[in-house]
Design a protein around this ligand. Sequence first.
Ligand code: FEO
Ligand code: CA
Ligand code: CA
Length: 686
Amino acid sequence: MSLKPLALFVQHDGASSRASITCQYKCGNACFHEVPNTSEGTYFGDIVADISRRRLFRGSAAAVLAVGAGSLLAACGGDEADAAEANPGTGIGTDFTPIAPNKQDAVVIPEGYEQGVVIRWGDPVLPGAPAFDFANQTAAAQAKQFGFNNDFAALLPIEGRDGSFLLVVNHEYTTEPYMFTGYTPGNPTKEQVEIALAAHGLSVVEVKGENGGGKLSPVMGQYNRRITATTEFTVTGPAAGSAFLKTAADPTGTKVLGTLNNCSGGVTPWGTVLSGEENFNQYFAGVLADPAMQAMGKRYGLGHPGAGQGEMPRRWELFDKRFDVTQEPNESHRFGYVVEVDPWDPAAAPIKHSALGRFKHEAANIYVTADGTVVAYSGDDERFEYMYKFVSSRKIEPGNTAAARKANMGILAQGTLYVAKLTGDHPDKIDGTGKAPSDKGFTGKGQWIPILETGADGKGRSLVDGMSAEEVAVFTRVAGDKAGATKMDRPEDFEANPKTGKVYVALTNNSNRGTEGKAAADEANPRNQNKSGQILELVDDHKGTAFTWSLLLVCGDPQAADTYFAGFDKSKVSPISCPDNLAFDPHGNLWISTDGNALKSNDGLFSVALEGERRGETKQFLTVPIGAETCGPVITADRVLVCVQHPGELDGHSADNPGSHWPDGGTTQPRPSVVAVWKKNGKIGV
Ligand code: FEO
Ligand code: CA
Ligand code: CA
């Protein structure tokens, strides 16, 4: 009997415009499976009592906003940015005419702006790479070419070379039916699997600007590098060398081949790039034999026995047994981390930081307090999962030298990991409709609950009863359950505004909120069957344990009663749905890219003023082509960069019947690409 792909049997519930093919290949149909978090979070009292005994709460409960070296992260801003310093985030830098929602097969930008593709899937990155030839792909070529489905982007100025940058981009996943004509899901060739392995990972590419404008072009530079699903990584932190990570190929449990499903990321003040391994579970076939490990795996969505039946149509295990958990039960424990890459040293082994925990990391973003403590924020992108932060024990090493960078690359391996618990100020007024409970909207308080301390020797100390440090590092979701963390609506990008220190979280959506047997709406997640998501704003005691919060946006159709734009006039905002990635411009305004727009328009990029009279003013800057998701925004004074991920991924289409011809037009295949947008003779938004 031939089994049809699961995607043919699943129906969207209107919560998102994402195509079934995207759900299948991007996240292994996560939204169509039972929610992995079935915890009731009943252990909170026990944990707090135990932690108090051990005197692990530090500092006072009062929230102290420490804005310090975090401003190191501020992008170069020019005169306009300097002028905005006194009143950051007030909307200066967002003065463009917003574009209208649309379904075009194009990147649509405001009047007065220009655009250009920076680099496409398949373009050469390393010396010897052939020009892209869709019909004649090889794994050897792909390993030297730009990978598939770009998500996060970082643009790092090269010192002493005006207008030159390192572009660091990750490649979240492959969609084989869009990469190869005649592809048979569940029955790939060995070459197709090896091309897919090489199309994952990250690319480091030197790019060069042209006189005055924002256009960028790739250069075959000395830093250019491809990291793939077979590049060797070094593991740091409590998981390193633990029994959970040891495999037949790596008895040390410290050297992992490859990184998978890298979603968003962040730039560190010391010049490296972080990237989150997200839906790693979908690459692993089979069910773990050990019942305890099976239960732990299930908490991550592992163990669906559907290989080849649409569940896991890549079937890498056919050619590499490490992707079959019945043959290599620990390989899956070696993914799900924050990775750190030093783009300035092409020979340096990239790192997986287990002190930041293992979950479906969307990203990790750094804030540095006035005393040099490094705080890394990270969301776990799945329905009803948690928000985390890591606080370093060590202080940042100042300076921009290679030695300082190497020293700082150890910072994320020593410190304390926390998970967030939130309470609302108006619990009696939350009815699941999204109606704001007060003039100030949705507000509340929160507590960071410590779950894991990692020492200078890399060894951990568990702060969760009944779990070892290694277990907390590898099965962090279970530790979050035991800590009584708050179940959120898919926490994606999570980062501090370098101008104000306030911290923002994109909560994408959660169609299961309030459905039978699932957690009901609460003040931070105020809508049942939440289709369009919300943006949470924290005032965090960055290195302490207390915070206050409010909802900046409750996204959706501004004309609908269940949306909220920080009290701003809703007749003057753009509709926004499914916020995913966040970025700040040089003026301290928030920019949001979307994934899965539930309002029947293409995904896009939006600016939001955060302070003053324009707080909540939300304006659409661009849309990406049909079937695509907007990712990786970088906003500088001179240009906006976006990663256009999965253009043309529409149900009923494939490489045999392309749903998009972007970016090259005509009858060409769509290609995921990085795009630069700039203003003719001017700065972005001014
Ligand atoms: Fe890869 Fe959470 O989106
Ligand atoms: Ca994302
Ligand atoms: Ca971001």
